[in-house]
Design a protein around this ligand. Structure first.
Ligand SMILES: [Fe+2]
Length: 146
């Protein structure tokens, strides 16, 4: 008898069949991502994206994402930026495509990355970052593709 058969026939699942094992919260993760407006003017958490406003289709260009560009963020073991992620969403699409994800070691690494990016269509670039004390923040810029 296979393990799956044992589980299906077991009393372990019998109690679960009457309830929804896939019940989920009404809350969505996007609701707890903190927008740039919360820190406007002193962006020590906002992952500022530096990218051209207009690029040529299929040609690589540099995108830099930096946390603490205006006001340096603490960089200690107790309080630091753990990661930056960069995504693209093409105009008319609902799907975010991951361009890169970057982890940082506290005190050794600065939360700043530069990535060569190629786009085929007008897109919005989204950056997210995670501060170990202050949560997840985001930022976005539109890039036109000619
Ligand atoms: Fe922080």
């Amino acid at each position: 008898m296979r393990r799956r058969d044992v589980l299906i026939g077991s009393s372990l699942l019998a109690g679960l069949s009457s309830q929804n094992v896939f019940a989920q919260s009404e809350k969505r993760f996007g609701e707890v991502i903190i927008p740039p407006e919360k820190e406007m003017g002193r962006e020590k958490h906002v992952p500022i994206i530096d990218a051209p406003k207009s690029v040529k289709a299929g040609e690589p260009f540099a995108v830099t994402v930096e946390v603490g560009k205006t006001v340096p963020h603490p960089n200690t073991v107790e309080h630091h930026i753990k990661w930056i992620q960069l995504y693209a969403v093409e105009e008319g699409s609902q799907y975010a495509v991951e361009i890169g994800a970057f982890n940082f070691g506290p005190t050794f690494a600065q939360p700043k990355v530069t990535v060569p990016v190629m786009l085929k269509n007008n897109s919005t670039l989204y950056a997210t970052e995670h501060c170990n004390l202050h949560g997840v923040w985001d930022y976005s810029v539109d890039v036109k593709v000619n």
